[in-house]
Design a protein around this ligand. Sequence first.
Ligand code: XMP
Ligand code: MG
Length: 183
Amino acid sequence: MDQSDVAGDLASILLTEEQLGSQLDEIAAQIDADYAGKDLLLVGVLKGAVMVMADLARRLHHPVQMDWMAVSSYGSGTKSSGVVRILKDLDSDLTGRNVLIVEDIIDSGLTLSWLVSNLRSRGPASVEIATMLRKPDAAKVDVDVKYVGFDIPNEFVVGYGLDYAEKYRNLPFVGTLAPHVYS
Ligand code: XMP
Ligand code: MG
């Protein structure tokens, strides 16, 4: 996609490629330190976490394994309900593993809270969360997020894995959509 093709759809650029990258440098260094000498399985949540997973994983010096899950959250419109269905489950057995869930964004936190308890029930040594973006409502739910890239305002954002109607995922930055796109 030529970025000029979507420029008219964007209201602003919230986070540049450089800002995302330097924050990931820091998170990767923390993860390297925290998991030194330990096994680590990164679990990416499809599809949004593809970019952050790829950019985070390649910054780690720590040897990791990567697995993927796809979930769909039942709910009306853009709000998630916390009722979650697994569309694609992990290939890995989590018994005794240190699991780090890699997310693009936490909004209500309902999906993630369901995911954490689902993964904890599989006998892992630990389950932690890394997210590139976090919205203010995430504070209302009791999920402990170990690594956060950026706390962002309560606006709908696209790019860097995040979509609106499956578009904009491949933008290398995070932006807000112009109102004419969804009206
Ligand atoms: P929760 O359960 O935390 O759900 O409310 C998080 C999921 O909601 C989607 N989401 C967004 N997607 N721009 C997007 O493209 C946004 O601003 C946004 N806010 C939430 C996303 O699928 C995320 O995994
Ligand atoms: Mg997601």
